[in-house]
Each structure stands twice: as structure tokens, then as C-alpha cells.
Design a protein around this ligand. Sequence first.
Ligand SMILES: C[S@@+](CC[C@H](N)C(=O)[O-])C[C@H]1O[C@@H](n2cnc3c(N)ncnc32)[C@H](O)[C@@H]1O
Length: 148
Amino acid sequence: MPGALRSEIVITYDSPMGLMVNYHGKAQWSNLEASYDNWLANREPPLFGSEPDARVWALATAANDPASFPILDIGAGTGRNTLPLARRGHPLDAVQLSSQFAETIRQQAGREALAVRVIQRDVFTTSDDLRRDYRLILLSEVAPNVCC
Ligand SMILES: C[S@@+](CC[C@H](N)C(=O)[O-])C[C@H]1O[C@@H](n2cnc3c(N)ncnc32)[C@H](O)[C@@H]1O
């Protein structure tokens, strides 16, 4: 199965008669990209909150000249941080695994003519297409996905 994987162990049991209990265990593997794509179909937006992360916003707004303060948003979701920061004038690169989330950001950035480059892929694939001069790199609420 391609892409970033996650796994769960599902244990079920039944008690057909008396004191007897049957346990069944099975490993379930799922693809992280597909799981997130599913969110768009089954959940009400906003999926990750309607305001940018307060710490991220405080760090970015300390920069007086946003245009010279490029930002990399890794695991950008639907653009909760990317879009407000781009509106402030920061050049934004948004790396996003889920193709549907990436498209959501791309469309909104296009509508507002924002300086957002959406890179749809697993962040671990390469860094060749990334800039070397980011002043801020965000991993907002992404660590549980990438580390464990
Ligand atoms: C909980 S959401 C947080 C979204 C956004 N950072 C925010 O704070 O609103 C985690 C995001 O990280 C993305 N993600 C997880 N692992 C990734 C990876 N290896 N490469 C790129 N994106 C990844 C998921 O697709 C998802 O959009």
C-alpha cells in the first residue's frame, strides 16, 4: 500500500454461551492520505479550526516586512495558517499530503491571488523543490501524524 501508513489493532469478542469468550484480533492498515481525503466527504468544515494558530501568528507578525519573510507550512491541511499568512503578504510554500486538501488551498489562494505554492506530496519524499531561505517553518498539529 503506497503513502504514509497508519495501523490499528482491532480486538473484538463474543460470548456465544456460558462462561466462554471468543476474542478476535486483527491488524487494520490505512493510508493517511485516503483517511484525510475521507474527512472532506464526511465532516463539516472548518476541519482544523477557523483561526490561525496563535503562536504561529505571533511569530509571523513580529516580521515587519512579510514579503521578505518566506514561510514553509508542512502538513498545511486546508490552509488554516497558510491562507491568513499569505494574506498578510508572506510568500508561502504549503506541503500537503492529501490531494483534496491541497486542491482546497490551491483554489482559495487562486481566488484571492495569494502568493501560495502548494506542493502536494509526502514531506519526507524530497526537499529538492523547497526553498533554502525560509524564515519560519511550521509543523502545526502534524507531529502525531509523522512521528508515531
Ligand atoms: C491535523 S492536520 C493539521 C493541519 C494544519 N497544519 C493546521 O494546523 O490546521 C495534519 C495535516 O498534516 C498532513 N500530513 C500528515 N503527514 C504528512 C506528510 N508526511 N507529508 C505532508 N503532509 C502530511 C495531513 O494531510 C493533514 O493535512
